[in-house]
Design a protein. Structure first.
Length: 307
């Protein structure tokens, strides 16, 4: 039976590849794409999601959500992904129209309408998901599982010494989600750095697979430079795609159950995921990926792109 996904995204260059992986995988059905401000302002994220959906020949509905975090101003990552979020390579990322309805309401209606059947995959700040939970706390019990690209896991932060961007951008929303009782698995930035970094040869192999391969690689133009110079990687990494791969096939990941919380406020710890690795007197409320089989991830990516 096909896995039913709802994908929440702040669509930029890695989110788009994750969308391609889901939209082109015959084993999953995407019920809806909900969009949140994060990497880029909301209107750009919506256009990027619609462009990517159309490129995949899909008619999946796309809904706009929050244009800002719960309790603070939006701070984007356009310095990482480009002003348009898609590598600033001149794609026609305008003029498309999202479906009627707010993302948070769509999340509630979809999850509550099919209790236990929806896998929620979050690729951006958790502002939409937190808003939905605050409006209808019961979705925490109704969702099948929530796979979250978020947190630094066992590694360093990418937007501060401690924090990963999705949790840093809206730490209050991230705390609402991890404390909601919703069953979740974090796929942190440490998994991306360790298992989803692509050098020139790997990138060329994917690009050679056809038009979708060219799209998936060419939109990494800005982040590739950022990854090399700021993150000291051999090339761009793909945090959202590896999280999507785990959501599509959880068997490719090793996960551990622990108590997980998120630091809020504006100090040095803003957005830091607090994982009780040694289970010091705390009950676990979530899981965190500690390993992902890169070959399995790359197979899911290349099969989607080459199809
Ligand atoms: O820290 C990586 C995350 O932040 C990814 O989801 C990327 O798209 C950005 O949103
Ligand atoms: Ca993202």
């Amino acid at each position: 039976m096909s896995r039913r996904l709802v994908i929440d995204t702040d669509t930029a260059s890695d989110d788009a590849v994750a969308l391609v992986m889901a939209l082109r995988n015959p084993a999953v059905t995407v019920d809806a794409i909900t969009v949140v401000a994060g990497n880029v302002p909301l209107d750009l994220a919506v256009q990027n999601a619609l462009y990517t959906r159309d490129l995949c020949g899909s008619a999946v509905p796309v809904y706009a959500g929050r244009d800002a975090p719960l309790m603070r101003a939006l701070e984007t990552a356009q310095f990482v992904h480009g002003n348009d979020g898609m590598g600033d390579i001149g794609l026609p990322l305008s003029g498309r129209t999202p479906n009627e309805g707010h993302a948070a309401d769509v999340l509630i209606e979809t999850v509550m309408g099919s209790p236990g059947e929806i896998t929620l995959v979050t690729l951006g700040p958790l502002s939409n998901v937190a808003t939905a939970l605050l409006r209808e706390p019961q979705i925490a019990n109704a969702v099948g599982h929530c796979f979250i690209m978020g947190g630094a896991g066992a590694g360093p932060g990418n937007v501060s010494a401690l924090a990963e961007f999705n949790f840093w951008a809206d730490p209050e929303a991230a705390r609402v989600v991890v404390r909601s009782g919703m069953p979740f698995t974090l796929v942190g930035w440490d998994m991306s750095v360790r298992h989803a970094t692509f050098g020139p040869d790997d990138a060329a192999r994917i690009r050679s697979l056809g038009p979708l391969g060219e799209f998936c690689i060419d939109i990494q133009a800005v982040v590739d430079d950022y990854a090399r110079t700021q993150s000291h990687l051999i090339g761009f990494d793909l945090p959202d795609p590896i999280a999507m791969a785990v959501a599509i096939d959880p068997g490719i990941a090793t996960v551990e159950a622990h108590h997980i919380d998120v630091m809020i406020g504006d100090g040095e710890g803003r957005g830091k995921d607090i994982i009780d690795w040694l289970d010091t007197r705390r009950r676990d409320n979530g899981s965190v990926a500690t390993h992902v089989v890169r070959e399995a991830f790359v197979t899911l990516l290349t099969e989607a792109v080459a199809g």
